[in-house]
Design a protein around this ligand. Structure first.
Ligand code: PEP
Ligand code: MG
Length: 843
């Protein structure tokens, strides 16, 4: 417990009495902060300055902790106050949070959070503090700390200074090119030009000689677009500064190559029946219906708290980075699915995000005191209007690109969810976030076609749970299919037909009816146990996210719930549900599935399931970052609250609890410790089973370490495959790599299954559990518990009844020795064909 000290008692952690302004160094790395303090202390030559460090989660784990920062501030925050220097990202958020946590709220008036760069700022701050400067002086010194460096290194170009109308003094080189692109210098070629110009050190201005528009800086996409340079227009290049000859030559060459745009500029897809290239099956079933588009929920800018300009600039930077990462991912997936040409449209979006001219304008607005969201919205809206007012209809259309990018960043800034509203039909969209997918209404959405995405993305999983047929990776052409056009999609094969002839509609209607027939037969025997031909019982559970899922699972004959994704309860809200709300939800799920055992997985946020109110830092690789149990252990109160609810449900219903993404024994033991705290003096509820998910290859390989501490393990093949194959599960570009039937993944499953045999039960709750080809291999490897989307339960039960587990054992052993998933598939399919033949003979 932190003691509030009086100013006279205040002393740093090494006992130094605090008299002047205190300095707190906040960094993600303890080593970095200590080294920076050591470097700064060199400048002091013994003069006393109270410096405290709040850095790293421990000596080696990167991160920042608001409580640590709060305590560091309280140790040095005497009458003269404190200046806090931070490194990056969440350090700022944690420091802000620390101010809210101060035991004495009035003490925050004596604290300045400095936007200064950490090392440079710290050095000048400690020197100023040692010289007796007050808090304002120290903060100002720190903020100016970069001036020396920038003065020495930065030579602003005319472009960067925004001096579009003033010709530079140096000798200029002038050249002219004619635009030969069919649609003129529209977004894609303009982006290509801007990218090339940015790589050149010369200062370059462009003018549309045909219309007189310009000059504009060639390094700003938002300005180049305003040239409205159409096919046949002449554009003047004026270059000055370094390497002018090279600059002019390269731009002329680029213009001669039509800015690398192919001659047959993409035209909208004709409304004729044809398959769209590249779609992949992602959720079984056939859908026939009119194309409908998602309408996104409005962005709510009200209620955003506006910080100091430095904080607002930082927030904007973080959100732009996050959107950049999203777009780069979509671009890579598009390039892989339909080619680089189609993908290049995203270059225009990326260019806009990095448009120095636009950012300068936004930063200027922020300096006047408006928040980042409003500054961004105003500036982008101006650019959009400018583009929308261009004379050429094709260029006018490109204003949509500006809107798309503007909205993406605004949603991040506002923390507004990305949920979608649709009318009845087949939903065609770029991609869906998990929070959008979870809100799809199966009564309205007959099927989903995604231009991007991958079958193991959370969006696809959630759609499977909703029993909505999905194909992914259909390519951008599909986005041009007009609303209302009839499409057929087969989510089992990946077939997709646009505007099919009546014959094809009839054929697929027949197939859909046959499918419905088969389903009805499976459903009729769904409540019977799944026992193989040779008499081995396999429990077939369901993966749930809601009470509705639980009811479907009960109707589908699920033998309990092998996985309840509790994070669904935490998404799309302003704060976490409290223990009462959680318990009510868990009780309702347990009751919904008829009191059969439910396995509640603790919050598995992070990765592609961000939770705004947890103030999660923007990470370069979120799937390798703070997700699953790592995130929960960083928010122990939240985890404890959840486990209180789990214990309460476990006292009323048969319940298991499991922790996601366990990588180390220390994590498992910490999680168990929080569980013990949550259970309180009564101890763990009788009948509560405690398990862990095996999703990290390291956990699979050292499973023996964990076994003494768990009652069961559950293999999450979605993540285990992603991490084993180093192929991100939602990234369509690597979707074929992300295959749970890869023998590398199977060997890990085999290892876990063997190690746990006779000790604790092992289940598989990833998507592989419902894959008709994977099931014989999994049971062959000794897995006796499967869990899947409720809709898959009757089918999987039916397929297990056809299996001979002795044969599966042979097939699985063979699979472990094969080279790739395709070979495994061949072997299993051959076996299934034989079994089916034997089945017919037996009948
Ligand atoms: C898994 O990773 O296989 C799993 C079941 O968890 P999720 O899909 O929710 O990450
Ligand atoms: Mg997982």
């Amino acid at each position: 417990m932190t003691q509030v000290q009086s100013d006279t008692e205040r002393s740093t952690s090494d006992g130094t009495e605090v008299t002047g302004v205190g300095i707190v160094v906040v960094s993600h790395s303890r080593a970095l902060a200590s080294a920076a303090v050591a470097l700064a202390s060199e400048m002091l030559q013994g003069a006393p300055v109270a410096i405290e460090v709040a850095a790293g989660l421990d000596d080696t784990t990167f991160g920042t902790d608001a409580v640590d920062i709060k305590e560091a501030i309280e140790r040095v925050n005497g009458a003269a106050g404190t200046v806090v220097l931070m490194d990056l990202g969440s350090a700022l958020l944690s420091a802000e949070l620390a101010l809210d946590l101060l035991d004495d709220p009035s003490a925050r008036d004596r604290v300045t959070l400095s936007p200064a760069p950490l090392v440079e700022g710290l050095i000048v701050a400690v020197v100023a503090a040692a010289g007796g400067a007050d808090r304002t002086e120290i903060a100002a010194e720190a903020q100016a700390a970069l001036l020396g460096k920038t003065g020495h290194l930065v030579v602003p170009t005319a472009d960067e200074a925004g001096a579009v109308a003033t010709p530079p003094n140096e000798e200029e080189t002038v050249a002219v090119f004619t635009v030969t692109n069919a649609h003129g210098l529209h977004a894609r070629p303009a982006a290509r030009l801007v990218t090339e110009a940015r790589a050149l050190s010369a200062s370059i201005q462009l003018r549309n000689l045909t219309t007189g528009a310009g000059p504009v800086p060639a390094k700003s996409l938002s300005r180049v677009a305003t040239l409205a340079a159409l096919h046949g227009h002449e554009v003047e290049i004026r270059a000055s500064g370094d390497e002018v000859a090279l600059a002019v030559e390269q731009l002329l060459e680029l213009a001669a190559r039509r800015f690398d745009e192919p001659e047959s500029n993409a035209v909208p897809m004709q409304s004729e029946s044809k398959t769209v290239s590249g779609p992949r099956p992602a959720s079984p079933g056939i859908a026939i219906g009119p194309v409908c588009r998602p309408t996104r929920t409005p962005i709510d800018l009200n209620g955003i708290v506006v910080g100091e300009p430095g904080q607002e600039r930082w927030r904007l930077g973080e959100c732009i980075l996050a959107v950049q990462r999203d777009i780069e991912q979509v671009r890579a997936a598009t390039a892989a699915a339909v080619g680089d040409d189609e993908a290049s449209i995203f270059d225009a979006h990326l260019s806009l995000l990095g448009d120095a001219e636009m950012l300068t304008d936004i930063h200027r607005r922020i300096e006047t005191g408006v928040g980042a969201a409003v500054a961004w919205a105003e500036s982008l809206s101006n650019t959009e209007q400018e583009w929308a007012g261009l004379p050429d209809p094709y260029l006018r259309e490109r204003a949509r690109d500006v809107r798309a990018v503007a909205d993406q960043v605004l949603r991040k800034l506002a923390g507004s969810p990305d949920s979608v509203v649709v009318s009845e039909g087949v939903l065609v969209a770029h991609d869906l976030t998990p929070s959008e997918a979870v809100e799809l209404d199966p009564d309205l959405v007959l099927g989903v076609v995604l231009a991007e995405g991958s079958p193991s993305s959370h969006a696809a999983i959630l759609a499977r749970a909703l029993d909505i047929p999905v194909v992914v990776g259909a390519g951008r052409d599909v986005l041009r299919v007009p609303d209302g056009t009839t499409v057929i999609l087969d989510g089992s094969t990946g077939e997709l037909y646009v505007d099919p002839p009546p014959g094809l509609v009839q054929e697929f209607s027949r197939k859909a009816a046959a499918l419905a027939d088969r389903r009805a037969r499976h459903l009729a025997s769904a409540q019977e146990p799944a026992v193989s031909r040779d008499g081995v019982a396999v429990s077939v559970g369901a993966n749930l996210g809601s009470v509705a899922d639980a009811r479907s699972a009960l109707a589908a004959g699920a033998d309990g719930a092998g996985l309840v994704r509790t994070e669904i309860l935490f998404l799309e809200r302003d704060q976490a549900p409290d223990a009462h709300e959680q318990q009510a939800a868990y009780d309702a799920i347990a009751a919904g599935i008829g009191g059969r055992r439910v396995t509640l997985r603790t919050l598995d946020a992070g990765g592609d399931k961000p939770i705004a109110y947890l103030r999660m830092p923007v990470e370069q690789n979120p799937f390798l970052g703070h997700r699953g149990i790592r995130l929960s252990l960083g928010h122990r109160d939240l985890l404890r609250e959840q486990l209180v609810a789990v214990c309460a449900t476990a006292r009323r219903f048969p319940t298991s609890v499991m922790f996601p993404m366990i990588s180390t024994l220390a994590e498992l033991l910490s999680a168990r410790q929080v569980l013990a705290e949550a259970a309180g003096p009564r101890g763990l509820p009788e009948g509560l089973r405690v398990g862990m998910m095996v999703e990290v290859p390291a956990a699979a390989l050292k499973i023996e370490t964990f076994l003494p501490h768990v009652d069961f393990v559950s293999i999450g093949t979605n993540d285990l495959t992603q991490y084993t194959m180093a192929a991100e599960r939602g990234n369509g570009a690597v979707a074929t790599l992300s295959d749970a039937l890869d023998p590398g993944v199977l060997r890990l499953i085999d290892h876990v299954s063997r190690a746990a045999r006779g000790r604790v039960p092992v289940s598989v709750c990833g998507e592989a559990a419902s894959d008709e080809v994977a099931v014989p291999v999994l049971v062959g490897l000794g897995i006796r518990h499967l869990s899947m989307a409720p809709s898959a339960v009757p089918r999987v039960k039916a397929s297990i009844r056809q299996l001979d587990l002795e044969r599966c054992d042979v097939v699985a052993r063979r699979a472990l020795t094969l080279a790739g998933p395709e070979d495994v598939r061949k072997v299993v399919l051959a076996e299934l064909a034989q079994t089916a033949g034997r089945g017919r003979c037996d009948e």
